[in-house]
Every structure is written in C-alpha cells, then in structure tokens.
Design a binder for this molecule. Structure first.
Ligand code: SF4
Ligand code: SF4
Length: 115
C-alpha cells in the first residue's frame, strides 16, 4: 500500500463520514480520555465549512487518528474512494462497509455527542 501525500491537504477529503455504532463508542472513549485542555483546543478550532469536527487544522492531521472510522482508513485505496492527488494508490476493488452506519460524523454527531 503506497503512502498518500496527505501533508498540506488540511483535511481536504475529511468531510462528514459514516460511522458505525461500535466506532462511535470507540471515539467517545478516546475523546473522554483526552486531557481537557487538548480536547478543548481540538473542539474549538476554526475549520472550513463541512470539514470533519475531528480534523486538527493546526497539526494538519486527523485529531483521532488511532480510532478513526473504517471509511477513513480505506479512503484512497479502493476504486470507489480514489484520492485525486494519488489515484494510483487505489485498488481495483470497491470498498464495502462491514457494518451498517448509524449516521454521519459532523452532521448527525457533533462535539455535543462526545462529552
Ligand atoms: S487522502 Fe488524498 S485528498 Fe485526502 S488528505 Fe490524503 S492526499 Fe489529501
Ligand atoms: S475522523 Fe479523522 S480521518 Fe476521518 S474524516 Fe474525521 S478527521 Fe478525517
């Protein structure tokens, strides 16, 4: 699997993403375990309209990388989720969710749901 050139994108492809019930629980745990100051800094950042609520604009990376949803892990590597900056990284097979989504992060679930 080749690396994607994500540095500098500033969360370009990080918009609302589908999450499963299990993923939500895992993210909640991670957010609750964050030091309060760090959590507040991440929460209160200015983001572009539509950018994922967990994108860390200051560090230019996902703020919950270790527990990001499976769709985020898959992005760029499947035929139905091609990264326009590196299309060659995408395989021929389409990505399919392993579990049903319960809603969209950023639209259906916001910071209020993680406290
Ligand atoms: S997956 Fe592609 S568009 Fe998204 S941050 Fe990485 S290089 Fe940028
Ligand atoms: S959870 Fe992380 S990788 Fe997924 S869309 Fe949000 S910021 Fe991007």
């Amino acid at each position: 699997m080749s690396e994607l050139p994500c540095q500098g994108c500033k969360g370009l492809c990080c918009g609302p993403v589908p999450v499963t019930d299990q993923e939500l629980k895992t993210i909640k745990k991670k957010i609750k375990a964050m030091p309060i100051k760090l959590r507040a800094e991440l929460e209160n950042q200015q983001r572009h309209y539509g950018t994922c609520i967990f994108y860390d604009m200051e560090k230019d990376k996902c703020g919950i990388h270790a527990v990001r949803p499976s769709v985020c892990r898959a992005f760029g590597y499947f035929s139905n989720m091609v990264c326009f900056r590196q299309p060659s990284a995408a395989g021929a097979a389409p990505w399919r969710a392993q579990a049903p989504s319960v809603g969209l992060l950023t639209i259906d679930f916001t910071w209020r749901d993680f406290k």
